[in-house]
Write a new protein. Structure first.
Lengths: 303, 420
């Protein structure tokens, strides 16, 4: 602690996130935290642990499982949840498809990304969650840069970007009617570099695929995709082995790897600090559809 | 590395987006794929050059209309500081969004076009900045290249603004002549204006002293959440009762005598924890947990302060309101939900003293209501007391939001001038 009463940027961000999480726990009946096993949700879960210590985290976590996840990430998810002794709700996209609630996309860029919205909204309704924490950050994408920390969703789960509640100081309007819910983003003001710096400082374990490893991949529209059973390759798409790591963790069908030799947190931080491409731009096929792809998905109720 | 939050006010015409684009670009916070997307869109629309406004205007409607509608948050860092920009719209119809962005800002940049001098808009932005008590204001006189880098033009604008500023309370005011387009005095000092001996804008942002802006004198700890582990098996935790919250003012240390409101009961701080780890002191904006010597009945919405320095337990509030609803006006007898720190109560507007013209600062005492984006002075009566300070003394214990009972939307904000 310094005598000038200044906090480091990570301490300020941590204090803000903890304040947000406690506000939710105090004002809502049935919160949940969306936990994918990705680095942002890992940091979010670590912050939740801190916010309520020495008590347990007072809400369950939920994973929207596309069925196309990296096995390393699912292993990590299950281990972490067991460690914390919290309840895990798995909302399965496969179940939504099997029950006819969602229809599998067809075509070359097929993915279950958009279908997640159906599964997510159904799970929120079935579990009567009135608030869900998400790990989205404003630096990720330009529609997210405009979203409130407490983001109101109507009874259809929709986001109305033109009609957001003003959000001043650290005062959050938590009032909703039955059937509506709020998405809360405690990491709104964190950047990718902040997340990595925090992982380093707090010595947080993350799934191995975030570090450089050898993998059989192929290239599609400039993105390196893991060769996997969910994707059909064309004849031109030859596989090869490369040393790669992942900057984001999502559906195997749309999440690309980057060529990297960064094998430690420190090396990853050095790489992130020097990179000239955003994490979504480098690795996410889902954002390339249109200029407003994220805004459109968010309007429908996406994360 | 610490954080500086700043708000930018101005319209596209003042070069605001160009300035932000320049800061982000020169600090390498714009990435190649973002720039490529902007270049592609600019080209598709047949625009000359790269329209940097497309970087910040993230919503479909904003790009379609070519204006900023809502606050966008942007991030960049230099080796000295992390910066959070609240990029706010300049048009009068988005006053509420500017107020929102300014509420958390340590500094505001008001942009003026050197060719036009001060406009109604720049006066309005300066007024809103002081209404929200942003501690530092920079008047950035932009487009100096288009007036031949003239010292005289700059001096005249500064003089005119200084005269206007006497009507406002601006704790710290800095004038910087810049050209956002050419980069003059943005990151580096410009050789085109050798008559200017101040810092570049970025240098000013990096070196500004902000630690003393927070109130470290009046201890204010709004209790947010009570932590009670239900672990009967662990005797250590069985009696654990922690009061969690974010410090809103002052410095707290173990052993300090503190007073609980509303009970008026005094006790001492036994221990302060951050995430279960003991710390020696707590100050804003830390989120901590307090453990007290005595078992007092304390719950969310209560306030912990010092026996000889307490906020007002106030049911009658005088304050400046910015009204944010298009659906209904604020008028005497309006009933509202009021959220102040961690306490939510009901309130009724008992008086509207005047509406202020945000362009001229003229007070209209005949006003009978406030519409969207209008600002006025009101008196509120609350069903329960809140533990409040004047906003000028503490932004966190002096600010409130107003919520519509029927729709649950946030319809207004109050900066408390007087609480009793």
């Amino acid at each position: 602690m310094r005598s000038d009463y200044l906090l480091s940027q990570l301490d300020v961000l941590e204090a803000e996130s903890i304040h947000i999480m406690r506000e939710v726990a105090a004002e809502f009946e049935r919160p949940t935290l969306l936990f994918s096993g990705g680095k942002d949700s890992i940091v979010m879960l670590a912050l939740a642990e801190k916010a309520f210590r020495p008590a347990n985290i007072p809400f369950p976590v939920m994973h929207v499982d596309t069925g196309h996840n990296f096995p390393e990430v699912l292993d990590y998810r299950d281990r972490r949840v067991a460690e914390l002794g919290i309840r895990l709700v798995v909302a399965s996209v496969q179940d939504s498809i099997d029950s006819g609630r969602a229809v599998e996309e067809t075509g070359r860029w097929t993915s279950r990304n958009r279908l997640q919205t159906v599964t997510l909204l159904d799970a929120i309704e079935d579990n009567r969650f009135d608030v869900a924490f998400g790990g989205a950050r404003r630096d990720e994408e330009k529609a997210r840069a405009k979203e409130r920390v407490f983001s109101f969703r109507d009874e259809f789960g929709q986001w109305d970007p033109k009609n957001q509640r003003p959000e001043l100081w650290n005062l959050y309007n938590t009032r909703i009617k039955r059937g509506e819910h709020i998405r809360v983003f405690p990491l709104s003001n964190w950047t990718e570099l902040d997340v990595w710096s925090y992982i380093e400082r707090e010595n947080l374990e993350i799934p191995a695929i975030y570090y450089a490893h050898e993998r059989v991949v192929f290239e599609r529209d400039g993105i390196l995709l893991a060769d996997n059973q969910f994707l059909q390759r064309t004849e031109d798409e030859q596989t090869f082995t490369a040393t790669v790591r992942y900057r984001t963790v999502g559906d195997m069908t749309i999440t690309g790897a980057v060529v990297s030799t960064a094998a430690t947190v420190a090396e990853v931080i050095a790489e992130v600090a020097a990179t000239r491409v955003t994490e979504r731009g480098a690795t996410r096929a889902d954002d390339r559809v249109t200029e407003a792809a994220m805004e459109d998905r968010k309007r429908e109720g996406y994360f | 590395m610490d954080i500086l939050r700043f708000a930018t006010a101005g319209s596209v015409d003042d070069g605001k987006s160009t300035l932000i684009g320049r800061l982000l670009f020169d600090s390498k916070a714009i990435f190649e794929d973002q720039l490529a997307a902007v270049e592609r869109t600019s080209r598709d629309r047949g625009e000359e050059g790269t329209n940097l406004a497309l970087l910040t205007d993230g919503l479909r409607a904003e790009r379609e209309q070519g204006i900023t509608i809502d606050v966008a948050y942007r991030y960049f860092a230099t080796p000295r500081r992390k910066f959070i920009i609240a990029d706010t719209p300049g048009h009068i119809q988005y006053t509420r969004n500017m107020v929102t962005g300014a509420s958390t800002a340590d500094l505001a940049i008001v942009l003026v076009d050197a060719r036009n001098g001060l406009t109604e808009q720049s006066r309005r932005h300066a007024f809103l900045t002081t209404l929200l008590r942003v501690p530092h204001l920079v008047l950035a006189v932009n487009k100096m290249d288009l007036v031949g880098y003239s010292q005289q033009v700059f001096d005249e604008i500064c003089a005119e603004f200084s005269k206007f500023a006497t009507k406002l309370e601006i704790p710290d005011l800095t004038f910087i002549p810049i050209s956002a387009l050419n980069g003059d005095n943005v990151v580096e000092r410009s050789s085109n204006m050798s008559w200017y001996d101040g810092p570049s804008l970025l240098h000013h942002l990096e070196h500004l002293h902000i630690a003393s802006d927070r109130n470290l004198i009046d201890v204010r700890f709004p209790v947010q959440y009570v932590i009670r582990p239900h672990a009967s098996s662990d005797p250590e935790l069985h009696d654990y009762r922690g009061y969690a919250g974010q410090v809103a003012g002052g410095v707290l240390k173990p052993g300090d005598e503190v007073l609980h409101m509303p009970s008026g009961f005094s006790t001492r701080i036994r221990k302060i924890e951050v995430a279960g780890r003991e710390v020696a002191e707590a100050f804003p904006p830390m989120s901590v947990t307090l453990l007290l010597d005595d078992d007092v009945d304390i719950s969310r919405g209560d306030m912990i302060c010092r026996p000889n320095n307490r906020p007002h337990a106030a049911q009658d509030i005088e304050g400046m309101v910015c009204w944010m609803s298009a659906d209904r006006p604020l008028a005497p007898r309006s009933r509202l939900i009021v959220k102040h720190t961690t306490r939510t109560v009901k309130g009724i507007v008992t008086d509207l003293h005047y509406r202020i013209d945000v362009n001229t600062l003229h007070r209209d005492e005949d006003a009978t209501q406030l519409g969207l984006n209008e600002i006025g002075r009101v008196r509120l009566r609350l069903t329960q007391p809140v533990f409040a300070d004047p906003y000028a003394r503490n932004r966190l214990t002096g600010g409130m939001i107003l919520i519509d009972e029927a729709t649950n939307t946030t319809v207004g904000t109050v900066m408390i001038t007087d609480a009793s």
